[in-house]
Write a protein that binds this ligand. Structure first.
Ligand SMILES: *[C@@H]1O[C@H](CO)[C@@H](O)[C@H](O)[C@H]1NC(C)=O
Ligand SMILES: *[C@@H]1O[C@H](CO)[C@@H](O)[C@H](O)[C@H]1NC(C)=O
Ligand SMILES: *[C@@H]1O[C@H](CO)[C@@H](O)[C@H](O)[C@H]1NC(C)=O
Ligand SMILES: *[C@@H]1O[C@H](CO)[C@@H](O)[C@H](O)[C@H]1NC(C)=O
Ligand SMILES: *[C@@H]1O[C@H](CO)[C@@H](O)[C@H](O)[C@H]1NC(C)=O
Ligand SMILES: *[C@@H]1O[C@H](CO)[C@@H](O)[C@H](O)[C@H]1NC(C)=O
Ligand SMILES: *[C@@H]1O[C@H](CO)[C@@H](O)[C@H](O)[C@H]1NC(C)=O
Ligand SMILES: *[C@@H]1O[C@H](CO)[C@@H](O)[C@H](O)[C@H]1NC(C)=O
Length: 264
């Protein structure tokens, strides 16, 4: 039988451990909340998964919090863009001056910040003439008077272009000049029923960008939809065939995150 003293002793020990455990738990929760607030609130990206169109320009979005009373903010802000796996910087702006001596040659003459907008918290990077090697994880690190932080932007690169649609006799043909990765093509009638009697040919150029020609035999006037899509981009073209003309319009949509990035 345990004595009364022993019971009191063990009760005390247990309550001390429980209290200590609770304290550690509460502290760690409040610190992790605070930590994520710093990186999310001070610096953030409004588009964490942009898709660049090969050969065109893309904006890697990044903004930081400012207060309107921050006069001459640009001379007190440092912005560094890095790419994961590259040791040299993509772009560096240090307290009012552009510092490109240590810039990765891969990005030479292809990058700039919107210098007029830095004062209002815009740290977005314009990347010109996007190529496949540009796809990857970018880090926007800002040190500003109100604090510092980092935003992550995942750039994916594809090629996409709207098709032109033409009717010749009873053949409706879609021609699109630039697609990468290789897409598939689906035709639908006005009732959104898949029409499987279409023929699609691909012609890839030396760097693997596909031109495509897809033909559908049409049996009646009305609306037809041509969908061209790959893992990243989907182009939906609506063609309207009347007895004297064929018109079409295309809208693009982009696939969001491929996989959540785990940040520790
Ligand atoms: C930054 O400025 C550029 C040019 O005005 C604009 O296109 C872009 O959307 C802005 N980005 C942010 C995050 O404000
Ligand atoms: C279209 O139809 C006309 C007459 O019906 C025919 O002469 C012509 O060869 C056809 N064109 C094509 C591209 O099939
Ligand atoms: C669409 O469906 C309606 C009713 O089911 C039918 O009458 C019509 O012919 C269909 N149109 C096409 C283009 O298949
Ligand atoms: C095409 O559609 C028809 C009926 O709509 C169906 O009988 C046929 O099996 C389909 N062909 C293929 C290759 O899916
Ligand atoms: C181009 O297409 C050919 C045949 O369709 C294929 O063998 C080749 O791998 C393609 N090239 C590229 C770069 O995708
Ligand atoms: C074709 O689509 C347009 C736009 O969605 C619509 O205004 C029009 O009524 C449609 N025409 C037919 C024949 O379904
Ligand atoms: C076409 O490609 C998309 C994206 O890669 C895929 O989700 C879809 O299943 C494909 N459709 C067909 C009919 O192969
Ligand atoms: C086709 O016909 C419609 C009405 O009948 C007319 O408004 C339109 O201008 C014509 N389009 C062409 C290309 O002739």
């Amino acid at each position: 039988m345990a004595s009364l003293g022993q019971i009191i002793f063990w009760c005390l020990m247990v309550s001390i451990f429980v209290t200590a455990g609770l304290l550690v738990f509460i502290l760690s929760v409040s610190f992790s909340v605070k930590g994520s607030q710093v990186s999310q609130d001070i610096v953030d990206s409004s588009d964490k998964w942009p898709i660049g169109n090969l050969g065109e320009d893309v904006i890697l979005s990044c903004r930081f919090r400012t207060s309107t009373s921050d006069m001459e903010l640009t001379s007190r802000v440092s912005i560094i863009w890095n790419m994961e796996g590259r040791s040299e910087v993509v772009y560096e702006y240090d307290k009012g001056t552009v510092q490109l001596t240590g810039q990765d040659p891969r990005f030479k003459k292809r990058t700039l910040l919107f210098s007029d907008a830095i004062g209002s918290g815009n740290a977005s990077l314009l990347l010109r003439n996007v190529n496949l090697r540009d796809s990857g994880v970018y880090q926007c690190s800002v040190t500003a008077p109100r604090g510092s932080g980092t935003a992550i932007v995942n750039l994916r690169v594809a090629a996409y272009s709207a098709p032109t649609l033409e009717l010749m006799n009873t053949t409706l043909t879609a021609v699109a000049a630039r697609w990468f990765p290789k897409p598939n093509v689906t035709w639908l009638n006005a009732n959104d029923t898949v029409l499987n009697k279409s023929i699609t040919s691909f012609f890839n150029d030396s760097i693997g960008i596909n031109k495509l020609i897809s033909s559908l035999q049409v049996t009646q006037l009305g609306n037809y939809t041509c969908i061209i899509q790959n893992q990243l981009v989907k182009a939906v073209s609506l063609a309207t065939i009347t007895d004297n003309e064929t018109s079409s319009r295309t809208s693009f949509s982009f696939v969001a995150a491929v996989a959540p990035r785990v940040l520790l």
